[in-house]
Write a protein that binds this ligand. Sequence first.
Ligand SMILES: [Zn+2]
Length: 333
Amino acid sequence: MHDFQQTWPWLHSDWLQLAKTITQQRIPQALLITGNKGLGKFALAQQFAQSLLCFTRDSAADYCGQCQSCRLFQAETHPDYKIIEPEQAGKSITVAMIRELTTQLSLKPQFESQRVVVINPADSLNNAAANAFLKYLEEPTERTTLLLITEKPTKLPATIRSRCQKLLISCPGESVLKAWLEQHNAGESSETVMRLSQGSPLLAKQLSDRAILALRAQCFSDWVSVGCAKTSANELAGQWYKLDRDELAFLLFWLTSWVMDMITLAHHRQALNVYNPDLIEDLQELTEKLDLKSLYKYYDFLLRSQKTLDTPLNKQLMWEEILIKWTILNNRE
Ligand SMILES: [Zn+2]
């Protein structure tokens, strides 16, 4: 038995909406699934895809899990199911990948039912790929459903968006999120984890991991120590750049949230909506010493650095620059 509802309680109403398109035979040709990171958009697409492909769905349009189609789907060898994604996180979906897909789609499906293609993330289609994809959307093949997943729908050409039906996934409420975290044996579901994850369950689960919490605390104290010149920027950059890709992404995210909170605190001394309630006193103290204008500049710089995280840019240099700028910001007269 599968238990989509138990695993993804906040996606239940979205699933019901998709199931209805099957029972009422209004299956979308192209569906754009949007919503924040860590909400399970891909899991929802999988649930929909397997149900579309299943030979013996139940009356609620849910897949059976036993038929030949379901077995192939679960073994990830279903001939009528394709996932198009970049070769590596942060890379593009290329025109060659889209051409290969449209060639395959021009042939008959293996089985007589539906075909499903997931494009994840759809905003990683580069220009040429987006154009080729648009051509396909203008003359789509029959009984084919395309599921486009993205956190950043505005990065997709309007011409593609306008040809898709849309499904926006919302964040669960705090009580649903807390119950889910407890059920999934996540570490602490502290206020800080809830704030930092902005209601995104998968992100909250990662952030509440004890090792990740410990890394965050260590990075914060190291960062403060570089600010007051107790540790050299180069030395810390040398340590930070050795972290793995996920840890680096978290670190940049934390840094940005600390600076964001400092900006908030500079404007409202009694900030209720900070991302890092556990660090509020330290951040307040730092804020009082720093120049607000320079802090804004530093914030912009961190946002730009986030965009370079998946480029081949020298990471040690990136961290050196981040930390040197931070030292200068703390020590200007
Ligand atoms: Zn089945």
